[in-house]
Design a protein around this ligand. Structure first.
Ligand SMILES: C[S@@+](CC[C@H](N)C(=O)[O-])C[C@H]1O[C@@H](n2cnc3c(N)ncnc32)[C@H](O)[C@@H]1O
Length: 272
């Protein structure tokens, strides 16, 4: 007997995971049934629904609930300076190369695609601010499918636990403590470098580029290979010649595209 709060059949799971795939590109394998149950149960409870079948029916007609559905599905795990070797490389190799390459335009454009709650974009911004000479026009675009994390990123407010791995010097230079809550907010100088936007990577992109660097880390791992292939091709189209693509530690471009060459583990350069 199913003792759970809601009845959830394999048929419900199949229909809902199909909807997840259509809206996000995320492919849920068979073993994600429990995960889907626990993430969506909260939606059923707050909507006072008593079955997944009725939730599926609602999703077919309610655009607003689709937003909550997507936000419940996405995995937003992130951290400041996650995969720290990328930030060392940014500081010691990528930015120095771009300073030479773009010396005429004095412009650098970076995209954090699948930015979650903004820690990745703010980590990039800290490194940039610390090493860039003045007079350069630097912009970071940070986008995510999940509207709630984009809102967090825009605010730039984090708990003491979330910032605990950031050095004392950086905390002093780039954050201010909010006395009433003890939380920390990224200062306005750093925030002004970043534009946060809601963007589904599966849809049309409004930006024309070119970007010098794209960070798309720990995002494509949730997509199937054919979706990854299309996405990497689109990234190549939007990158400048010799632009850089940084992906997550468990991702790779093997047999997916010939438009990049490997610079270092999980760091690629667009081929001309
Ligand atoms: C695990 S987080 C990675 C965050 C950050 N890049 C990092 O490595 O720390 C994955 C993010 O990808 C986003 N995402 C998933 N599917 C997406 C899509 N189709 N378009 C845009 N973002 C998507 C999720 O909402 C989530 O915030």
């Amino acid at each position: 007997m199913d003792e759970r709060e809601f009845h959830f059949t394999k048929h419900d799971f199949d229909k809902l995971r199909q909807l997840v795939n259509e809206h996000t590109g995320i492919k849920l394998s068979d073993h994600k049934q429990e995960m889907l149950y626990s993430r969506l149960s909260r939606r059923l409870r707050s909507l006072h629904l008593n079955s997944f079948a009725s939730y599926y029916e609602l999703l077919k007609s309610d655009e607003e609930e689709i937003v909550n559905f997507i936000n419940a599905i996405t995995t937003n795990l992130t951290a400041f300076f996650r995969e720290a070797h990328h930030f060392t490389l940014l500081e010691q190799v990528l930015i120095p190369r771009l300073l030479a390459k773009n010396s005429a335009s004095r412009k650098i454009r970076i995209w954090s695609a699948g930015c979650a709650s903004g820690e990745e974009a703010y980590s990039i911004a800290m490194v940039i601010k610390e090493i860039m000479p003045s007079g350069w026009d630097v912009k970071i675009l940070a986008t995510d499918l999940d509207s709630s994390v984009v809102a967090t990123g825009k605010l730039g407010i984090y708990t003491p636990e979330q910032v605990q791995k950031i050095s004392k010097t950086r905390l002093k230079n780039w954050f201010r403590t909010i006395p009433a809550t003890g939380q920390l907010q990224v200062n306005s100088e750093l925030r002004s470098l970043i534009t946060f936007k809601h963007l589904n990577l599966m849809h049309k992109w409004p930006m024309r580029g070119p970007f010098d660097i794209i960070f798309c880390r720990n995002v494509v791992i949730y997509f199937d290979k054919s979706t990854q292939k299309i996405l990497f091709d689109r990234f190549a189209n939007l990158l400048d010649d010799n632009g850089y693509l940084l992906i997550g530690h468990s991702e790779n471009l093997f047999q997916l595209t010939i438009r990049f060459r490997l610079l270092k583990q999980t760091v690629y350069v667009k081929c001309q």
